[in-house]
Ligand binder design. Structure first.
Ligand code: ADP
Length: 320
């Protein structure tokens, strides 16, 4: 292990994925359990690459919650920031890609344990020791975890951490699109590094033109790096002094779940000990190439966590 601590805050859950492809949820012959939740994926992406990370969030004190905590531990993610709710259950999601190409979701969150994390339950010493603090926006949807999220961000920032934000919009989880946009933008200007997908760019700006002008409407004066990821079309980057694009790698994609989390984990791993990378374009491009390779490899296997690459897998794609 090497490098400074990356703390990832938010939800961890189990995705139930049909054992047959192209079926609706009600037709599924059975389900496979796929651990997920973007912040947890990021924490594991970091350790798989040899970095140091901790996960902060709440799980149910049930079979699924302990299974998820075990997965973090097996992957070398520090668990001192995890707590268990005595009453509520671990969040579950049922997700399928139907034959008509539409995604169908069903969530068990009424409320699930992750939503019940309180500010008092935060491990503040752990958060204060973060060099990078990463988060999404699902933890902003309801109280008390919204207050916990805001406090954790503030404590990390006051202690000098770099703040990394991937809004990771999951619209079906929000009461309304307006509410999602409002909450996501309410913490926008705190972040040092922000990654959005093309879909999120469109949602947040209200413009269907995915270009530099649209991206720059999301710029704020303290931002160090804005990234727009475009799946197999690569990514675009924006800093105060330069902007550009990095192509994606050509791979045999089977499942894109977790590509963005893998990309973010890789990026954070590289900048945690040397933030100068954010100011030197050739070095930033090299890091984004590395992160793009991570994203690409993650699409070559089913599921998110099992597909996250090691550094040697990444180097063999980049070199080859
Ligand atoms: P998100 O999962 O957040 O929507 P993306 O799908 O854009 O994010 O993926 C992040 C990065 O991973 C992309 O910028 C790209 O470099 C890589 N990536 C994603 N999908 C593919 C793909 N199908 N082929 C190659 N690279 C991919």
């Amino acid at each position: 292990n090497k490098g400074g601590l990356i703390v990832s805050f938010g939800e961890m859950l189990i995705d139930f994925v049909p054992t047959a492809s192209g079926v609706s949820l009600s037709e599924a012959p059975g389900f496979l359990k796929a651990p997920g939740g973007a912040p947890a994926n990021v924490a594991i992406a970091v350790t798989r690459l040899g970095g140091v990370s901790a996960f902060v969030g709440k799980l149910g004190d049930d079979e699924f919650g302990h299974m998820l905590a075990g997965i973090l531990k097996e992957n070398g993610v520090y668990g001192e920031g995890i707590c268990f709710d005595k009453g509520a259950r671990t969040a579950l999601a049922f997700v399928t890609l139907r034959a008509d190409g539409e995604r169908e979701f069903m969530f068990y969150r009424n409320p699930s344990a992750d939503m019940l994390l309180t500010p008092e339950e935060l491990n503040l010493d752990l958060i204060r020791s973060a060099k990078v603090f990463h988060y999404g926006s699902i933890s902003l949807i309801v109280e008390p975890c919204r207050s916990a999220h805001l406090k954790a961000m503030e404590v990390a920032k006051d202690a000098g951490a770099l703040l990394s934000y991937d809004p990771n919009l999951r619209l079906p989880l929000w009461p309304s699109a307006e509410e999602a946009k409002e909450q996501i933008m309410s913490i926008w200007e705190k972040a040092d590094v922000i990654k959005v997908s093309d879909v999120e760019l469109e949602f947040l700006t209200g413009s269907d033109k995915i270009d530099d002008e649209t991206a720059m409407t999301l710029w704020h004066s303290d931002l160090k790096l804005l990234l727009v990821t475009l799946g197999e079309k690569g990514c675009r980057y924006y800093t105060k002094n330069f902007r550009g694009a990095v192509d994606a790698f050509h791979v045999k994609t089977v499942d894109t779940t977790g590509a963005g989390d893998s990309f973010v984990g890789a990026l954070l791993c590289k900048i945690v000990d040397d933030q100068n990378i954010l100011e030197e374009e050739p070095r930033l491009r090299e890091v984004l190439r590395f992160a793009s390779a991570c994203g690409a490899i993650t699409t070559t296997k089913k599921g998110a966590i099992p597909a996250l690459p090691t550094e040697s897998e990444v180097l063999s794609l980049i070199g080859g």
